[in-house]
Structure formats: C-alpha cells, structure tokens
Write a protein that binds this ligand. Structure first.
Ligand SMILES: Nc1ncnc2c1ncn2[C@@H]1O[C@H](COP(=O)(O)OP(=O)(O)OP(=O)(O)O)[C@@H](O)[C@H]1O
Ligand SMILES: [Mg+2]
Length: 390
C-alpha cells in the first residue's frame, strides 16, 4: 500500500545531513533488516496521509486507513474532498501550508464524518519537500489541557468535584480555625508533653487548610484577569523560590529566547503553574545530579480552535520544564492531569490538575513527553495583544 513516497526520506535539517550520509555509509556494513520508510511509517500509531497538488490522497499509512475507516485502495488517488466534509478545518490547513510553505499545528480540531464519527484531535500539516504542492497530514489525539477542560467543565462527575471543592472550602475552613484557636489556648497552660499534642493539632489543621485552599482554586470560575506578562521574569522568580527551598540541590539551566513577546496571562497563576511543574521535577530528579532545564521558544504555526466557533487562537509562545528524573510511571500517564492522581506518599495529586485548569483557562495547551532521564512538560501560550502591551 506504500505509494508516492520514496523509500528513503531525507531529514530536512541542514545540520543532520552529514550525519545521515555517514549513517548511510555505515549501513553498508550493517547486516540487520533493511527497513524502508514505508514499513516504519506503517508501524506508527498516528494516522499520516499525504495530499498531492491536485488535492488527492497519494499516501496513507495503516493508522490512517483505520482512522478514516477506508482501505488504501479506496483512499489512494481519491480527492480529499470526497473523504472529509468540505467544511473540515483540514482543508484550510492544507491550503495554508501549500501557500505559505511553513508547517502548522492546530489543536482542538474536530474531524467528523458519518463513517468515522467525531474525533477531537490535533492536526499537523507540513510540506513534502521533494514533491511541490504535496503536503503531509498527521493526526494526534493528545491535547491534554483540552481533555482536562472537558473533564473539569463539561462532565457531570467533574462538576461535582468542583462543587465539592467549593462546599469543602466553605464548610471546613471555619471549624478548622476554631479547632486551631482552641488548641493554642490549651497550649498556654499545658505541660511539655501535652504541648506536643497541641502542636500536632495545629500542624494538622494547617495541612488541611492548605489542602482546602488548593481545592478552592478549582472552583474559582471568575473570568481570568489577564495582562502582558514577562514570562522570563516569572521563570526567574520561580527558580529563586525553588532554589531557596525544595530544589536547593538541583542544577538549573535556563535557555531563553530573549526576544520572546509577553504572554497574555495572569502572573500569579502562571507562577503557580511553573512552581507546580518545577516542584514535581525537583521531586523526580536524582539526588546528586539533578538538573532542571527551563526554556522558552517562539514557534510559528501553533493554533487552537476555539470550541464551538470557527475562531482560532495563535499559541506561539512555548515554555517548557525538563528534568532528568526517572520519568512518569506508565500506569499514571493516561490520567496524569486528573485530580487526586499521585504516586507519592503524601502527594495530593492536585498539582498537575491545577496546572491543566490554569493553562486551559488561558486558552493554552500543555503537552508531555516522558522517558527515563528526560521528562518534558511543554506549554503553548498566547501572546499579549499589541494594545495591552502598550
Ligand atoms: N516531572 C515528573 N517526573 C516524574 N513523575 C512525575 C513528574 N511530574 C509528575 N509526576 C507524577 O505525576 C503524579 C501527579 O503529580 P501532581 O503534581 O498532580 O501530584 P503530586 O506531585 O503527587 O502531589 P502534590 O502536587 O499535591 O504534591 C506524581 O505523583 C508523579 O508520580
Ligand atoms: Mg506535584
């Protein structure tokens, strides 16, 4: 079913060409299986297809056949317009790449046909360099912030979490402060042994209040107050907080794009997000060689479809936190951003749930890649509009 692509796809980055040539020379001596690009592309779980300059499908991997519920023989040579409905956002992305030449990623795209049902996905489209007018489309179901947004906002079960948080905060905080006050009164006339107990009461009530306060943040549905935020200043602040406390022994590396425009966001909430991510990273890294990389980058062509409309938000500001810890446990990955998911003794499992909520409120996206010694949490955020920066 491999059609239209050469057996060797060359990497585009200039720096890697010589490595590629060298690899080819070495491969003469290599006696293992000779894999062609098609075999590899077919092994990928992501649907990938290529549309030629006439708008017809000229390549589809196995995952694309499954996703589109159509066999390769029925797909190849057929106009994409016969496969996807004419108003599908995929067409404008294909056109955009064909005209501009630059790759685009769009999050929050709904692909819907009677045959395949409705899928909420991210779509990446890039030009195929050796075939003028041809573009490759790959589809991923991976936008975590949108998923959590659905979980927190749209599902009834999640509504009850939010409602419960509000109820807890309201009903629990007052009696707790009463208990704490009473313990302090008792402490004044208590002997040393009893004092240990009153101290215990105070510490534990403080811990519950802190937990309730974190829960309370989930039920905060006020519209976000946003401004032009210098994300490098925020990162510096978070790094300072971390280094004077929980990440004292960790090496920090900062790789920033100094020309990055300000984020359209809420400074306090962005501090909260980065603190949660850096704290998780610090808890994951090895004791003696712990390293956390904070980085920022400007990336054209990342967009998010606004649910229920045709509008799109550009998300060109990428901020990431990378650590060299052991990676995310495999069994947690699918539910990592759900509340109360934790693999730590004493962890509340609210850190990442809050991160996802705040990034979702900002209209951004968060993604995760995790392998042993390299875990990356990467968020894509909108830049502040000109009139606000002024
Ligand atoms: N950088 C990371 N490396 C490895 N595992 C991680 C990383 N970040 C998160 N995790 C895993 O995800 C789980 C959930 O993280 P989350 O921040 O939501 O809760 P927590 O850290 O367990 O508790 P809390 O944030 O309340 O202290 C963690 O328990 C941990 O197992
Ligand atoms: Mg945490």
């Amino acid at each position: 079913m491999m059609i239209g692509l050469p057996n060797e796809t060359r990497p585009e980055a200039e720096g890697s060409v010589s490595e590629w040539e060298q690899g080819k020379k070495q491969s003469k001596a290599f006696e293992g299986p000779q894999l062609d690009a098609g075999t590899i592309v077919n092994a990928l779980a992501e649907p990938i297809f290529v549309v030629d300059n006439a708008g017809c499908v000229c390549f589809a991997n196995l995952a694309a056949e499954q996703f589109l519920a159509t066999s390769a023989s029925a797909l190849l040579g057929r106009p994409l317009a016969e496969i996807l409905p004419p108003d599908s956002p995929v067409f404008s992305l294909v056109e955009h790449v064909r005209v501009g030449g630059q790759s685009v990623s769009e999050y929050g795209v709904t692909i819907e046909t009677p045959k395949i049902g409705s899928h909420f996905v991210s779509v990446e489209v890039s030009a195929v360099s050796d075939y003028p007018g041809a573009v490759a489309v790959s589809i991923q179901e991976r936008s975590i912030a949108r998923k959590i947004d659905h979980q927190l906002v749209h599902r009834n079960a999640a509504r009850s979490v939010t409602a419960m948080a509000a109820m807890l905060a309201h009903e629990v905080k007052n009696p707790l402060s009463g208990i704490r006050g009473a313990a302090q009164l008792v402490e004044q006339n208590a002997g040393p042994e009893d004092r240990e107990l009153t101290q215990l009461i105070c510490d534990e009530t403080d811990r519950i209040v802190a937990l309730v306060q974190r829960m309370e943040m989930f039920s905060d549905e006020r519209p976000l107050e946003r401004d032009a935020v210098n994300i490098h200043e925020v990162l510096g602040h978070v790094r300072l907080l971390a280094q004077s406390g929980f990440a004292r022994d960790v090496r920090f590396v900062e790789t920033y794009d100094p020309s990055l425009p300000p984020v359209y966001g809420n400074r306090d909430q962005l501090i909260q997000v980065l603190l949660n991510l850096v704290k998780n990273a610090a808890e994951a890294v090895p004791k003696d060689e712990g390293e956390i990389i904070l980085s920022t980058r400007f990336q054209q062509g990342v967009r998010l479809t606004v649910p229920g409309s045709r509008a799109r938000v550009e998300l060109p500001l990428t901020v990431s936190v990378t650590d060299n810890g052991g990676g995310i446990p495999e069994d947690l990955k699918a539910h990592l951003f759900d509340p109360f998911v934790s693999a730590k003794a004493g962890g509340t499992g609210l850190g990442l749930a809050l991160v996802a909520k705040i990034i979702g409120d900002h209209g951004g996206v968060i993604e995760l890649q995790s392998a042993p010694r390299k875990t990356v949490f990467q968020m894509m955020l909108p830049k502040a509009p000109k009139e606000i920066r002024a």
